[in-house]
Design a protein. Sequence first.
Length: 175
Amino acid sequence: MRSGEKQNYPLNYNTLTNEMIFERAGTRLAIAQPEEVDTAYINDHKFVFVNKVFYEVLATTPVPLYLEYKASILKTGNDIGYGVTGGNVGNTGVSSIVNGGRLYDLHLPYQYKVRMRKSFWLRRGFNYYKANNARQVMEVFPDKEKLIRELIKKNHTDFSRPEDITALVVALQST
């Protein structure tokens, strides 16, 4: 906690509601005041509360790298006849599903699927900048554009893999 107090509970992060969930006495609850949390640990992963969501800390370099997880629930489609379901027919995003007033014990019916998206962020000072592709990283490090291109080519950087982006950001700041 920001107060210095430590609390130990089993944690999980709800990527649909952007809430850190803890379990106490067999009940799952969301942290009521996440802004009071300094750092949350889930296994070997470190999370900090930023901009009303928890970001995973990937690199603690002078310009740190963070990963934001977002989920959305999509209905897989409507029956278009003859036993066929159309993926694009009536495919509507769902922001939440309430099941008996509880969101955390949710079991999705077969016609729904979860889509997970990851967004990478670099923090320079008090500002956060997207880092989901080479161009966005170059905007944060404009003086290292040539080095960024070389590292991406040499290491075959895949911007969908957290370990690749972490390696790129660490290498950029170690030279």
